[in-house]
Write a protein that binds this ligand. Sequence first.
Ligand SMILES: [Zn+2]
Length: 174
Amino acid sequence: MAVLVLGGVLLVGACSSGSLGSTQSTSVRQTLAYSLLRNPRVGLANFHVSGRRDKATAFENMRQAERGQRSRRSAYQRAPGGAVYLDTRMLWGMHYLTRSGWSFRVTELAGGSHSEKSSHYKGTAFDADYINGVKVGSGNPHLKGFMRKCRQLGAREVRGPGTPGHRTHVHVEW
Ligand SMILES: [Zn+2]
């Protein structure tokens, strides 16, 4: 049984001998997803910026992870369809960002259409368009600190305004 202390609240994950045959890492993922869905510092978009409608929004992706399922990818433009487990390092990273006082809105996890080999399709990246309540843009005063904290938390790629295609969002990848 996986037991985690998140935000001072003791959470008990799904039993590893459950009928779903879930592994320990699945339980950690479920527990983190459960916590992030209820974390007031994390917004999860229930739409795609593209306007497409499917079951692969950031909110739906987190709900799927909470249920122990693979999170769905979109299937339009360059998005390949199918589903993938959200990376637990990324979920820990999101959790620790909030523990450091950051708040943000996630626009995409595994869903949406990105570049062809995008890490979103591997479940290892998230996009954020609001940081501490301020829209992401070159003038956002929280931008640099947020991006620095992401790198400190192990993100291997962090891109934002100034990088082509990232004028209005930050891409964070593990
Ligand atoms: Zn991205």
